[in-house]
Design a protein around this ligand. Structure first.
Ligand SMILES: *Cc1c(COP(=O)(O)O)cnc(C)c1O
Length: 386
């Protein structure tokens, strides 16, 4: 099955619902992205930093103990937790900052919710000597004071957004305003496979390294394609990167896992949210609903347009898991494999624990471990001791 991407549309989803001034800026980013993504020098530079700075390729680890414990499918873990800065986010920020440099930008801006994308952005800005401004909801700066300090340590300026509810959505609005005003020297580095065109397809492009590697690795280890690929879904960037090379392989099941408390695909309806159309959790007034997930990175009322489309066409399956199942999975992977997964990634592990025992020993699962759990240990400690 091939996907019709016409001007940033995936079926009815995607597009670019933004003011005229912003439209021009985004069209320029799209044109430059289309040009450089095929450019040999650009591709070589990106691979250089992915190898030398991020530490790619990330291993595809056979989880032998977990496989035995589940008693069914063979489970492999794609180890994005081993990347520099501890998650898949670095793949995207590196690609976008190299594009920004080519476009002559001197200043990088980004939004952040819990701070993970802000830290990844501040990291590459430090390395490339670029000015970095991070917009963060005021509420979030209070809850994530340590991440604010991390960004400052890396040389970024963090602006606390007081407007609205002081959350991620308000930070995105401020960043877009800044972009329109300063487009001549500024690049907006967006953190997930969401937002107006070209961001969803650009973020997918930079995250597809995950499945490019995993496909080659699984063929070497098993001489066949996996039965299923499982990834957690917030905005959808690690999932679309884990799926992309298999979308045209109809024999491979693609499974996205959402938190029950913020299940945009499972419970959402089509809506326009922050400049693009997707499945989203909206209230009766057409406002995005407040969500709450124990994994801050999955706490977003919408989801990328391509996931909305893959759900509607039935090419990918989306399931929701509970907080309790996630906490259990966090501990199970730690104890069986000595790998503490991020709470976000624990969603994917939680579903793998349900699915693996129902499959035969010939089946092969790839579970994307989108990040490491060190950042979550204190939170889990409090949850388990309450
Ligand atoms: C940010 C984050 C996510 C969620 O973002 P996606 O765009 O859905 O991938 C998942 N896992 C980790 C470790 C994260 O930091």
């Amino acid at each position: 099955m091939s996907i019709a991407v016409e001007k940033g549309y995936y079926g009815e989803f995607g597009g670019s619902f933004v003011p005229e001034a912003l439209k021009e800026v985004l069209e320029n980013i799209d044109a430059q992205f289309q040009k450089y993504k095929e450019d040999e020098e650009f591709k070589n530079e990106l691979s250089y930093y992915l190898n030398e700075y991020v530490g790619r390729p990330s291993p595809l680890t056979y989880a032998e103990q977990l496989t035995k414990k589940c008693g069914g499918a063979k489970i492999y873990l794609k180890r994005e937790d081993l990347n520099h800065t501890g998650s898949h986010k670095i793949n995207n920020v590196l690609g976008q900052i190299l594009l920004a440099k080519r476009m002559g930008a001197k200043r990088i801006i980004a939004e952040t919710g819990a701070g993970q994308h802000g830290v990844a952005t501040a990291t590459v800005c430090a390395m490339f000597g670029m000015e970095c401004v991070i917009y963060m909801g005021e509420e979030d700066t209070k809850r994530q004071a340590l991440n604010v300090f991390r960004m400052e340590l890396l040389g970024a300026k963090v602006i606390a957004v007081k407007k609205g509810q002081g959350r991620l959505k308000d930070a995105v609005d401020e960043a877009l305003k800044d972009l329109v005003k300063n487009a001549d020297n500024t690049f907006y580095l967006l953190g997930s496979a969401v937002g107006p065109h070209p961001y969803p397809s650009m973020v997918k492009h930079f995250q597809s390294i995950i499945s490019k590697e995993s496909k080659q690795q699984v063929m070497e280890k098993e001489q066949k394609l996996p039965t299923a690929v499982i990834a957690c879904v917030g905005g959808g960037s690690n999932a679309i990167g884990s799926f992309s090379e298999y979308i045209n392989e109809p024999g491979v099941r693609l499974i996205g896992v959402e938190p029950k408390e913020a299940a945009s695909i499972t419970y959402g309806k089509p809506a326009v949210l922050q400049g693009f159309k997707c499945l989203a959790l909206m209230d009766e007034n057409g406002e995005a609903m407040p969500t709450y997930s124990i994994a801050a990175g999955l706490d977003y009322p919408g989801v990328g347009p391509e996931h909305s489309y893959l759900h509607t066409t039935g090419r990918a399956e989306y399931v929701a898991v509970s907080k309790e199942e996630v906490l259990e999975a966090f501990q199970v992977l730690s104890k069986t494999e000595g790998i503490i997964p991020a709470l976000e990634s624990s969603h994917a592990v939680a579903y793998a624990l349900q699915l693996a025992p129902t499959l035969s020993k010939e089946a092969v699962l790839i579970v994307n471990i989108s990040g490491r759990g060190d950042k979550d240990v204190e939170q889990v400690f409090h949850m388990l001791n309450n």
